[in-house]
Design a protein around this ligand. Structure first.
Ligand code: NI
Length: 275
């Protein structure tokens, strides 16, 4: 049997999983979005948070959430687009969020990306600070993107904090020491499909370490599909492979990881995803 035929992990006992970070508005889902969402829900991924990365995608995310009860949305400008995040754009994002209180459950993704540097780091930092402040004004948890910018992210989070509504370090890429510091700032840590890759030792250690009440799982779809779909389009139902791997690493059951991470997602996002 080929690896790609590895069956979707079966989740029982009425447990369910929440994909805490996906980009459902991207073109990759342009032709089969409804089927993608239905496939996730049918297999027990009963909630999906679709993440805004600029003004258009934030508006699109809200629209998708409006049409699907299992999907909630966020608004934000990704660090890649920080150079386009004028004050006018940020104020429109604030209006979008305020105008969709039933759909919007977070602010992001925002942060720092020192790998690609599509925007100069100084601009990324300034836009990151402004958006953290805006998220606080809106009373929303923040979703942070951090690539090779751990120390700067942490410094900014500390100076702009505290964050009473909490936050998420999405697609976490640090070590256990960094995880501890992030948790001390009242943040959750979201584990992506990378944890299933054979060389992801550090992430696997972190996935085993995170305290129960701080753990989330995500796809970051359409990117970063877990094994056995690595290299192909990622989609929310594959969160189950990630949750299964996390359960193995924590020497517990898929259902236990499902329950704790779903509870965390519901608390953090303030939304009762229906399991
Ligand atoms: Ni993302």
């Amino acid at each position: 049997m080929s690896k790609a035929r590895q069956p979707i992990p079966f989740i029982c006992d009425g447990a369910c999983v929440i994909d805490s970070h996906c980009h459902l508005d991207m073109n990759d889902y342009g032709t089969d979005l409804d089927a993608v969402i239905a496939r996730a829900v049918d297999h027990g991924v009963k909630g999906i948070v679709t993440i805004g990365i600029d003004e258009d995608s934030s508006a699109a995310a809200i629209e998708i959430a409006r049409n699907h009860r299992s999907v909630r949305a966020t608004v934000g400008v990704h660090p890649h687009d920080a150079a386009q995040a004028s004050d006018a754009v940020l104020s429109r994002l604030g209006e979008l969020a305020a105008g969709a209180p039933d759909e919007i459950v977070g602010y992001g993704e925002i942060g720092l990306d020192y790998v690609k540097q599509y925007a100069p780091p100084g601009i990324q930092r300034s836009v990151f600070r402004k958006q953290l402040q805006l998220a606080k004004t809106l009373g929303l948890p923040v979703i942070i993107h951090d690539r090779e910018a751990h120390q700067d992210c942490l410094d900014i989070i500390k100076t702009e904090g505290p964050f009473e509504n909490g936050g998420i370090m999405h697609c976490f890429s640090g070590d256990i020491g960094f995880a501890r510091k992030v948790i001390d700032c009242n943040f959750h840590i979201s584990i992506p499909g990378i944890v299933t890759y054979s060389k992801a030792d550090q992430m696997q250690d972190v996935a085993a370490f995170i305290p129960d009440e701080r753990l989330l799982v995500e796809t970051d779809g359409p990117f970063l599909a877990p094994v056995p779909f690595r290299g192909r389009r990622n989609e929310p139902v594959y969160t189950l492979y990630t949750a299964q791997k996390v359960a193995e690493l924590r020497q517990t059951s898929l259902e236990h990881v499902a329950r704790i991470s779903t509870q965390n997602a519901c608390n953090l996002f303030g939304y009762r995803f229906c399991c």
